[in-house]
Design a protein around this ligand. Structure first.
Ligand code: FCB
Length: 459
């Protein structure tokens, strides 16, 4: 029985026993391990039409009837743009010393090219100053899906020129903030941008073409490489990396065809990104499978993509199961699922990490997102979210297993600080360790937030 199973099995745990188990869990990590919380700009900031910010592809996507489950948008979201000081007070009150957030490109460069918006940069100046005052490290993501709409009208990520525009944007952000960033990640989850945004069309910009999607994936990787190259030549001191969503993919049965399918889906989700980033090549089996849908790759692109990384960010939520004849890989709800319908499968995290460690020359790894949505309700000023606590605890336990296995993991960020705009699900899914009342914008720390505080204290 591992640590978290022991904790769950013994419901009669006294507080003293609980804190002993928490301490044991914490002690499985090195003392300098980074513990944080994560957010992204469009999901929390609001102020969508203030201080010179222009539309992103998500503002436009939200206007399409039926695109967002509850018909909502990020216009106000958590109103973090105006409430960030109080939000940072909450972060500090929980003893959290690392904060991951993204910069909204259309806030700082409304058209995605040309003029910079000083008022937009001023917001991030205030945010960084607020973090610094509270002793909280800033982990910056440059692109968490909110492409300036003006660039989309010129083809968006399907247009190679967007990769160059991204490099210029990255350079300007690094010039201003590079000395205050604990890390800079170029992209968050390029698979999601490419596949959900351009093949399945369930996310902005809502295109439905595999061929376009794979070209987009290539341009995202290219833009990562261009940005890393440019930032390094400009002398940027912040550690540079990229954040990928990954999952181990299990064949539904041991049949030849399910195993083939699982291998291919692994190629599309994991190897399509890892192989070019770390080996400078695309996986042969996936190229063969894509046929005419394979992207156009110019000479030298793969060398640009394959830049040394200071860190690799991984977002992990669940495993996938591959079933022959079924278009989409699904997580399999044979076990408890979260409110997203995603299977709770902590062992997938250790398995994924140990596999990556075996197959690739990994730089230090950060889990940049891990967390769960549940239907939370405040009752008498309290949000009892025991399922989220056990989700977090079991995944941190699985992460400790990966550390024991020898994977060089340097940090872990809970998704998310606040309940927020969950993309196509609107406000219907709550991932926060802090509850947000969208009527009043009031915040209530959930039990999981206090649990995280106690866990961090027990180190
Ligand atoms: C990830 C996203 C993040 C959030 C979580 C639930 O794919 O990076 O913004 O939506 O899923």
């Amino acid at each position: 029985m591992n640590h978290s199973e022991a904790l769950q099995a013994d419901t009669s745990n006294s507080d003293a026993q609980r804190s002993l188990l928490l301490k044991r869990l914490a002690q499985r990590f090195p003392a300098d391990f980074v513990w944080g919380v994560a957010t992204s700009a469009y999901q929390i900031e609001g102020a969508a039409h203030e201080d010179g910010r222009a539309d992103s592809i998500w503002d436009e996507f939200c206007r399409r009837p039926g695109a967002i489950r509850d018909g909502s948008n990020g216009d106000r979201a958590c109103d973090h743009y105006h409430r960030f000081e109080a939000d940072l007070d909450l972060v500090a009150s929980l003893g959290i010393t690392s904060y991951r957030f993204s910069i909204s490109w259309p806030r700082v460069q409304p058209l995605g090219r040309g003029a910079w918006n000083q008022a937009g940069f001023a917001f991030y100046e205030r945010l960084l100053a607020g973090l610094q005052r509270r002793g909280i490290a800033a982990h910056i993501t440059l692109y968490h899906w909110d492409l300036p709409l003006a660039l989309q009208t010129q083809g968006g990520w399907a247009n190679r020129a967007t990769a160059e525009a991204f490099r210029d944007y990255a350079l300007e952000v690094a010039r201003r903030f590079g000395d205050r960033a604990a890390s800079i990640a170029t992209h968050n989850e390029p698979w999601v941008v490419a596949i959900l945004g351009h093949e399945l069309g369930t996310f902005a910009p809502g295109e439905k073409s595999r061929r376009v999607a794979m070209q987009v994936a290539h341009h995202l990787l290219l833009s990562h490489g261009l940005a890393v190259q440019a930032l390094r030549s400009a002398g940027c001191k912040a550690p540079l990396g990229i954040v990928l969503n990954q999952a181990p993919i299990y064949p539904a049965t041991e049949s030849e065809s399910d195993r083939f399918k699982a291998r291919l889906e692994d190629g599309l989700l994991v190897r399509w990104y890892m192989d070019p980033l770390l080996f400078g090549r695309y996986p042969e089996d996936v190229l063969a499978h894509l046929g005419d849908d394979a992207p156009a790759v110019a000479d030298g692109d793969l060398d640009i993509i394959c830049q040394p990384l200071d860190f690799l960010g991984i977002n992990y939520y669940t495993r996938n199961v591959a079933v022959t004849g079924q278009e989409k890989v699904e997580s399999r709800p044979s076990r408890p699922v979260t409110d997203m319908g995603w299977e709770v499968f902590p062992g997938g995290l250790s398995e994924l990490l140990s596999r990556l460690h075996r197959d690739y020359p990994l730089p230090p790894v950060y889990i940049m997102e891990n967390g769960a949505a549940y239907k939370d309700h405040p009752v008498g000023g309290r949000v009892v979210d025991s399922e989220r606590i056990s989700y977090l605890e079991s995944h941190i336990g699985a992460l400790a297993d990966a550390v024991d296995y020898g994977v060089e993991v340097h940090g872990y960020f809970v998704w998310s600080l606040l309940d927020n705009f969950e993309w196509a699900d609107g406000y219907s899914k709550r991932f926060g360790i802090i509850y947000v009342d969208y009527e009043t914008e009031g915040r209530t720390v959930k039990d999981s937030g206090f649990w995280y505080r106690d866990f961090l204290r027990s180190r």
